[in-house]
Design a protein around this ligand. Structure first.
Ligand code: SME
Length: 156
């Protein structure tokens, strides 16, 4: 197992994802535990991109429950169809929010969060968790993030 990430500073976003993916793949392939893998993926994404908050919410019964994350403390429970996370679960799709203030029903865990992306983790056609990333800048996420984060979520 790699003990530290090998990421070249100054690379483009696409190149950072390209460098990160095989390292995450080998980390996840060497461990079966979902929580351990979510924890390392959260850490790697936070470290590589300096996002404000990176973490998972797991589907437990009728709600999303806070899982492994990196960043300030966050709300612990989100109902189906509520907020960006609950909608990503309901609609089984990635949601990009360029400005959280313009997203109806956005759940503000921190007033410092300005834009957000949520990617569902799907196993056997069921959403088992969502990956949530918050940025302190407006409009931080695009299709490059969506495609690469979806690929990373398939590792779980
Ligand atoms: N903003 C999210 C809630 C989770 S926090 O951002 C960590 C939402 O609207 O679902």
């Amino acid at each position: 197992m790699a003990e530290e990430l090998k990421i070249k500073e100054g690379s483009s976003k696409e190149d950072l994802y390209l460098a990160l993916y095989p390292q995450l793949k080998s980390l996840v392939e060497s461990e079966e535990d979902l929580i351990a893998n979510m924890a390392n993926i959260s850490s790697a994404l936070k470290e590589t991109f300096s996002f404000f908050w990176v973490g998972y919410y797991r589907v437990i019964g009728e709600r999303l429950v806070l899982g492994p994350f990196q960043g300030p403390i966050a709300c612990t429970s989100i109902a189906f169809g509520k907020g960006v996370c609950g909608n990503s679960w309901k609609e089984k799709r990635t949601i990009i929010v360029p400005d959280v203030e313009l997203y109806p029903g956005h759940i503000a865990c921190s007033s410092l969060s300005r834009s957000e992306i949520v990617v569902p983790v799907i196993k056997e056609n069921k959403v088992i968790a969502v990956l949530d990333i918050d940025s302190s800048e407006l409009d931080s996420f695009d299709e490059i993030d969506a495609v690469n984060l979806e690929k990373i979520c398939l590792l779980l």
